[in-house]
Write a protein that binds this ligand. Structure first.
Ligand code: SF4
Length: 430
């Protein structure tokens, strides 16, 4: 198979991994036009400091000896198969980099022959790239079940590694991916965590300490292929953050690819809005001091798709509100819908000089459209309605009709319900 053909097959097969946030499009140049776009697997990802980087996103191989029921590349699916050699991936990456198409590589793979063999191939790629003096970003998938020595060796060459947990419970793993074992996923995560801790403490002593996963480890979970609630999913994420020092948990709305009675029907739309709510809930765990069991409970195990998770929590805990903006602690401010980390800090700083009035809050950047129902300012309540959950909920939901549908990703940004949220998400305000 020609290299270009392999690239087409293996970049298309990589699109189900969401740790990179967008995939390439295919557009031919027009007469008199400028430029063209190729589907050759260039995607964009965001670094810790918010920079957008373009990555070559490919599978090393879409052959797989496993038969995970939900996966397009499972062994029993009659899809077109292709394999790179390590040398081919190295050359492709270097050539794309030299032409300024990419700033790094995102490499995953199906399990070819067995986990050790696959990990050896991936290791050969990343080692070869560094030996060729490639200093760009590399995000590598660790293969569950591979020898830990191979996974660790790869950690010496790559910036970030993810070992995907894929399904939110052992029961679902047994049902949908029976050849994968929980231990083969969690054990390498635990040993990467230990190695990372050693690296971080040695780095404090000597800045010449050889790098080991400087961008940490991440994982991915499929949402909607199995019956777990948002509570189950967030509790698992919380455990992963605490126990394995995970940098990020990515949520991937399940796209029905295979017909099977254990999976949602083929015509089921990917639960994109649910995925979005989980990302918001995850954000509250990581940056706002919430715990999973505060946000959700067995009586309310799923987020309300109409409300962002902080509004949802606030309505469930309305007894804690309204909060006086001029007296609240930093932690209390963070719990007010519409007050983000930056605005909470600004409030604390500004009120040292003088008590804030309602106009000041606008200037500080608080999303008053949400916050006004949950605060008082100099003792005055600006919500304009009685403090009952249903009253406030009605006001917070802009489009109460047709709200039970799952939207497509493109619809999301059309709908005004999410326009405001998309903007506030960029600003980190929830
Ligand atoms: S191991 Fe990965 S590539 Fe192979 S079938 Fe399972 S999910 Fe698909």
């Amino acid at each position: 198979m020609e290299l270009q053909e392999k690239l087409r097959v293996l970049s298309d097969a990589a699109k189900y991994d969401v740790s990179c946030s967008s995939s390439g499009s295919n557009r031919k140049n027009t007469p008199g036009g400028l430029g063209s776009a190729s589907e050759a697997g260039i995607c964009h990802s965001w670094t810790e400091d918010g920079r957008c980087v373009s990555l070559l996103k490919i599978l090393f191989s879409n052959e797989c000896v496993y038969d995970c029921i939900y996966c397009m590349n499972k062994n029993s699916n009659p899809v077109e198969r292709a394999n790179f050699t390590p040398r081919e991936v190295i050359e492709l990456t270097l050539n794309f980099y030299k032409r300024n198409y990419i700033e790094g590589l995102f490499l995953s793979s199906g399990v070819v022959r067995n986990p050790d063999y696959t990990m050896e191939q991936l290791l050969a790629v990343v080692k070869g790239l560094r030996e060729a003096k490639f200093n760009g970003y590399i995000h590598l998938k660790g293969i569950p079940g591979a020898d830990e020595a191979l996974i660790h060796a790869a950690g010496n060459y790559v910036d970030r590694m993810s070992i995907n947990i894929e399904l939110p419970s052992e029961k679902s793993l047994l049902s949908l991916a029976p050849q994968k074992k929980k231990e083969s996923i969690l054990k390498p995560m635990a040993s990467l965590k230990e190695e990372l801790a050693v690296y971080q403490s040695e780095k404090k002593i000597s800045k010449h300490t050889p790098a080991f996963l400087p961008a940490g480890q991440t994982t991915q979970m499929i949402v909607g292929a199995s019956p777990e609630s948002d509570l189950n999913i967030l509790r698992l994420s919380e455990g992963l953050y605490h126990r394995y020092s995970m940098k990020r948990v990515y949520y991937s709305a399940y796209i029905p690819a295979n017909e099977n009675r254990r999976l949602p029907a083929l015509q089921t739309k990917p639960p994109l809005l649910r995925e979005h709510r989980l990302y918001q809930g995850d954000w509250l765990l990581r940056f706002y001091g919430f715990t999973a069991k505060e946000l959700l409970n067995p009586g309310n195990p799923n987020f309300d798709l109409d409300l962002d998770p902080k509004c949802f929590w606030a309505l469930e805990n309305l007894g804690l509100f309204p909060i006086e903006i001029n007296k609240a602690t930093y932690e209390e401010l963070l719990r007010i819908p519409g007050v983000g980390i930056r605005s909470a800090r600004k409030i604390i700083k500004a009120r040292r000089v003088a008590a804030l009035n309602y106009q000041d809050l606008k200037k500080i950047g608080i999303v008053l459209k949400r916050a006004k129902y949950f605060i008082t300012c100099r003792g005055k309540y600006y919500g304009g309605i009685a403090l009952y959950p249903e009253n406030i909920r009605r006001q917070l939901i802009q489009k109460p009709k047709n709200h039970h549908q799952q939207l497509s990703i493109f619809d999301l940004y059309e709908k005004s319900i999410l326009k405001t949220e998309a903007k506030s998400k960029v600003l980190g305000e929830l």
